[in-house]
Design a protein around this ligand. Structure first.
Ligand code: ADP
Ligand code: MG
Length: 417
């Protein structure tokens, strides 16, 4: 990867006000400025946005940024225009007159970055607009959404490839925080990026302390955790909509500021709850995995899993929403043996054998994590091809080695065998 050109450093300090690139940022910015494609796998909070925003300013033309959520695009556009960068979005949420202004600005070459949804990108109207526009680069954010086998598959992401291929000689970058080896291969294959151009920064989130507790009395355990983290902004992931409603009601009745979120609630309620949780300190979101993408509240201090998620990729992504600001945060899983049989059942329902094998490995990795008697970071990071420093000092097992009586039945058997 070539070093970033002087113009890129100039943008970094003059426009964004940062003293220096972070290590992976410099390499990615250098590559894109030189016209190379990149697949960037970097943890949450690493600063992925700047990796394409600076080349967007350095290279002539407008950068297209593809993002899965309107709210994400709006946040980015707001932040960029705050820095004086010429950025806009074209989404169904933008009023018609704003869209007309954006199209005119694009045609005049007066936009540095344009955020679009994948559906919009593939429309004939947008295609003809592209034909008359100079494109600096194409950035695909949350690129794991292209992987059918990932936990956030978005079929619209499969429309991106055609558009990329209609723009020869335009560098492309795919960015994500969560991609194991299978998802990484999918990203490169589906977006036409040479796997040799992949940059994988470490996966460790050193400020997150991981804990696993056997599930005895979930409500009492959750209450105790919330009392241990007073006024903490928190997310409690449940395994079903009914469980979300029960826990949210129970917490609210006990005086906690808890809000529910799941796909069974109507869209206005969901977005009102999400907005309230994001805006008010100390709010507790009780949710299914439907809550997540685009959640970038920096000060989430506590993420609780009431039961195992489906895979370790999902677990990493969900707990990764804690501590984006770099301050200490805690991720606690309340784990019961019925979780495993539920996950196995879900696995058995997968028809495609190749896919089932991948999900079986992801589940096995998750079990190695919950049943670990040593550092939990070892199985967690190993799944992503990474390894932790010896003794992480930020997981329950490193902080206080487990007693046999705390372990779940399978782990006890394993240890006493
Ligand atoms: P990601 O998308 O990787 O989760 P973001 O792009 O949202 O991360 O950036 C996370 C935070 O890091 C932002 O607040 C951003 O302003 C900050 N940041 C990014 N690059 C730098 C840098 N080189 N120096 C200091 N802060 C940075
Ligand atoms: Mg990001």
């Amino acid at each position: 990867f070539p070093p970033p050109p002087p113009a890129a450093r100039d943008c970094l300090t003059r426009i964004f006000g940062f003293a220096d690139f972070r290590p992976s940022q410099g390499a990615i910015v250098g590559a894109l400025c030189a016209g190379q494609d990149v697949a960037a796998i970097m943890p949450t909070g690493a600063g992925k946005s700047l990796c394409y925003q600076i080349p967007a300013l350095v290279r002539p033309g407008t950068a297209l940024v593809i993002s899965p959520l309107i709210a994400l695009m709006q946040d980015q556009v707001r932040a960029l225009t705050g820095f004086g960068v010429r950025a806009a979005s074209l989404t169904s949420a933008d009023p018609a007159d704003a869209q007309a202004r954006t199209r005119a600005a694009l045609e005049r070459g007066a936009l540095d970055l344009l955020y679009v949804s994948p559906e919009r990108l593939a429309t004939p109207a947008f295609q003809s607009l592209l034909a008359t526009t100079r494109i600096a680069l194409v950035a695909v954010d949350e690129a794991h959404c292209v992987s059918e086998w990932g936990h956030d598959f978005r079929p619209e992401y499969r429309l991106i490839r055609g558009v990329l291929d209609s723009l020869p000689n335009v560098p492309r970058i795919a960015l994500t925080a969560t991609a194991d080896a299978n998802t990484r291969a999918d990203i490169c294959a589906n977006l036409g990026i040479d796997p040799a151009n992949m940059l994988v920064a470490g996966f460790d989130r050193p400020n997150i302390t991981y804990r696993v507790e056997p599930r005895r009395n979930p409500r009492a355990q959750i209450t105790a955790l919330l009392q241990k983290h007073p006024q903490a902004s928190a997310i409690i992931y449940c395994r079903s909509r009914a469980q979300v409603d029960q826990i949210a009601d129970a917490l609210a009745a006990a005086g906690f500021p808890a809000l529910p979120y799941h796909a069974g609630l109507d869209a206005p309620t969901r977005s009102a709850n999400q907005a309230r949780w994001a805006a008010e300190p100390g709010q507790i979101m009780v949710a299914t995995v439907a809550f997540g993408m685009g959640v970038d509240k920096p000060d989430v201090r506590l993420v609780i899993h009431l039961g195992l998620p489906k895979s370790i990729e999902g677990y990493y992504q969900e707990t990764g929403r804690a501590g984006r600001d770099g301050d200490p945060a805690t991720a606690v899983t309340l784990h019961g043996s019925s979780d495993i049989s539920r996950n196995r059942q879900w696995l058995d329902e997968i028809e495609d054998p190749a896919r089932r094998a991948i999900e079986a490995e992801r589940l096995a990795a998750l079990l190695r994590f919950v049943e670990a008697t040593g550092c939990r970071r070892v199985p967690l990071l190993a799944h992503f091809g990474d390894s932790p420093a010896p003794s992480c000092r930020a997981c329950d097992n490193c902080l206080s080695p487990p007693r046999l009586s705390d372990l779940t039945e399978p782990a006890r058997k394993l240890l006493s065998a």
